[in-house]
Design a protein around this ligand. Structure first.
Ligand code: CMC
Length: 434
């Protein structure tokens, strides 16, 4: 709260109304308009939430102009280099990084829940083998509420905590199962002696005939992908989770809604779309065709976008993209793919775009998805699985945000209003006379 106020005046002579201005610890102040309708009979209009803070939060802070991302105050650059994903999960869920005793206890809790109910594989069998992994994930995550009815009461803090641990623990198992099902290989059970990222990679790449050989560079890259995607304040899928859970539904159902929202190419689906875009440019002639592609992107009559570029909040280089580019070098180097033509194409395209007036004037810079696809492809992850891996990583953020909302004494069911522009009241004409 500040002692400042904002006054709204009207050109039609209606009396002015005054609202408190609230200040966060950092970032733009907000005008508290919750009493606007009661005072004036009017709503605000803000499609796409361009100027609306939908909640208060203590979890993640982004300064889009500076290109800064903090989880609970810690810069993403430090978390990505000094912590592992489970430490970041602890930070997001409980507010602080764990000490070494807490880390062991937390990792132990998560690993105890990595298996899924055996029945889940029969549920999975109902899907076509060629189903998109995100279609499968939406179904599997939603189905968890049917398998774990003892942790579905959103208003019980203990049940919320158990469902949080279950979700974080089981997402890698589910994503790997979705993959194994798509290629017709047997599911690999989790191995709790491995790190979170190594266990996931083993469930993906091992078979009963051949175990997964751990490559520390690739495991670290996977872990970094998880850290960079773990939370991103009130983005579309997180807002979906909050809105969905605001009705009091169970955590698994709310997270399934987040998975569904994430699938879209403007959000989590961008990493898949970005890699497909690079393949297309390569197929059309590679670097020589970048000019034609950029011309299409700039054409007002085309719907083509430079995928992996632009962000609602970042009007500067996405700090996650810098870290991802660094990881990209490390992974390609470790695999002897330093001359990978797709990576070279991505670098050339980025260089041309960041110097082009169209992108400069609109403050369009690479986002995390620009390089994450190349890293995942190099690791051996099939392209359609990219967004499922994003959903695995974002689950902790979704659940931390959901928990924060439910614990907030000001929490109410989310219920936006509208500017109605349709037909006013009219009578039904009997069928014979229409
Ligand atoms: N390529 C070409 N033009 C673009 C792009 C792009 N990637 N992004 C924005 N623009 C243009 C847009 O056409 C508009 O131009 P004009 O002012 O002439 O109409 C201007 O830039 C402003 O864009 P906007 O659509 O109003 O911006 P937004 O905040 O509504 O959209 C976005 C943000 C991320 C949906 C959009 O930039 C986009 O579609 N990017 C490509 C998809 C992508 O990479 N998404 C991943 C986001 S990061 C991961 C995540 O958090 O999910």
């Amino acid at each position: 709260m500040t002692d400042r106020t904002a006054t709204l005046t009207f050109s039609d002579g209606a009396p002015p109304v005054t609202f408190p201005v609230l200040a966060g610890t950092v970032g733009p102040d907000v005008i508290d308009i919750r009493t606007l309708y009661a005072k004036t009979g009017k709503f605000t209009y803000d499609t796409g939430f361009l100027s609306t803070a939908s909640c208060n939060s203590t979890i993640t802070y982004i300064d889009g102009d500076k290109g800064e991302l903090l989880y609970r105050g810690y810069p993403i650059e430090e978390l990505a280099t000094k912590c592992d994903f489970l430490e970041v999960c602890h930070l997001l869920l409980y507010g602080e990084l764990p000490d070494s005793t807490e880390k062991i206890a937390f990792s132990g809790r998560v690993t105890k829940h990595t298996m899924v109910n055996e029945q889940m594989q029969f549920f999975l069998r109902g899907f076509r083998r060629d189903a998109h992994p995100m279609a499968v994930m939406t179904g599997l995550v939603g189905a968890l509420s049917a398998f774990y009815p003892d942790s579905i009461n959103l208003h019980d803090a203990n049940q919320r905590d158990i469902s949080a641990i279950r979700l974080i623990a089981k997402m890698p198992t589910l994503v790997a199962m979705a993959y194994k099902y798509s290629v017709g290989q047997p599911y690999m059970y989790p191995r709790n002696d491995l790190s979170y990222a190594a266990n996931f990679m083993r469930m993906m790449f091992a078979t009963p005939c051949e175990d997964f050989k751990i490559n520390e560079v690739l495991v670290r890259a996977m872990d970094r992908i998880f850290i960079l995607h773990a939370d991103h304040e009130q983005n579309a899928s997180t807002s979906t989770v909050r809105l969905c859970a605001s009705s009091g539904t169970n955590p698994f159902a709310a997270i399934a809604a987040g998975v569904a929202c994430l699938w879209g190419p403007a959000h989590g689906g961008a990493n898949e779309a970005c890699l497909n875009m690079l393949y297309d440019i390569q197929a059309q002639g590679g670097a020589a065709k970048i000019g034609d592609f950029i011309a299409k992107v700039k054409d007002k009559n085309s719907t083509v976008k430079l995928m992996g570029f632009g962000h609602r909040v970042y009007k500067n280089y996405d700090p996650r993209a810098k870290l991802m580019r660094e990881t990209c070098y490390e992974v390609l180097d470790a695999l002897g793919l330093g001359d990978d033509p797709l990576f070279k194409l991505a670098m050339t395209l980025e260089k041309i775009a960041v110097e082009d007036e169209y992108f400069v004037s609109r403050k369009l810079y690479p986002n995390v998805d620009y390089y994450s696809g190349i890293v995942q492809k190099a690791i051996g992850i099939p392209v359609p699985l990219f967004t499922a891996i994003f959903s695995l990583a974002r689950t902790v953020g979704w659940i931390a945000q959901l928990n924060e909302m439910i614990a907030d004494p000001e929490y109410k069911i989310g219920r936006p209003r509208q500017l109605f522009t349709g037909q006013t009241r009219r009578s039904v004409v009997p069928l014979a006379q229409r």
